[in-house]
Design a binder for this molecule. Sequence first.
Ligand code: BDR
Length: 320
Amino acid sequence: ALLKGGVSVMNKRPMLLDCDTGVDGAVAILLTKYLNTLELIAVTTVAGNVEVEHTTRNTLQVLELAGMEHIPVYRGAEKPLLCEAVTAHHVHGQNGLNDMTLPKPKREPEAMPAWDAIYKYAKQYEGELTVVAIGPLTNLALAIVKYKELPNLLKRIVIMGGAAVGGNVTPCAEFNVYADPEAADMVFTCGAPVYMCGLDVTMRAYLTAEELDEIASLDNKQAVFTRDVMQGILKFYRTYKLGGVAFHDPVTVLYADDESYFQTDLAGVRVETKGKLTRGKTVTDLYSDKQMEHNAFVVTNVDRDVFKKRVFEILAKYGE
Ligand code: BDR
């Protein structure tokens, strides 16, 4: 990219990815290399699926697998704002990549913490930066508390998290929101345009075992990795009667890149932080324009065929 006044001039819009790199987060990172409208400029890491040491190392490793070792990585929060940490080792394995091993990363994360990095890039690309957050929202919440002007500097925040209906940790709560509900509510109410790519849509963005094998037959190492790492969690999805494995984080990145094959509705969304049975629920008012302030865009549907085509198209590019 050209440099003008210290700010790179790009044809695409800048994107920062905030992630707790587990299995589907790894695939989301691979997809960022060949997006149509967004360019990845930095990655911040957070504890979530597994501990932050693992999510940071996984991020560095997957960026290397993608040939994107020039993208800076900033380590973030090791625990949620107020509650005890919850993890999803039972889904993502001990190391977060279903215990697949990638080469030891050649570099370390940057010294700056994630929340300062989010602000730094928001300032640098004032009004232009899209933050795609695919883990618990602790880093963003900390950045919002520390830098009051942050919400006004961002173009938008696209979240993989929550659900208008249902949950995957409890009947009411999705993992990323459940893992840090206080942080999530702060992000939903921060005033920046917030987009919720929750289970309502991400469960519809699944690929079957046969489709994963088709991906591997693209025959480049990134495509084979995608099949192998996602295959490991297929068994987990049998309990959802899904017929395949949900690409939660990858579809969120694809939504941020191009929303033309999705359906999005403006709605009120707040996070329940107290309920005994409902803690972590994204209380969503999709049906009325009176009961809650419309503070978020809720993604409710995706054309699965186009989603699948985009995954194949992008992974095929690695072989060109
Ligand atoms: C979310 O939780 C994690 O297990 C996935 O990576 C995704 O971000 C789905 O609830």
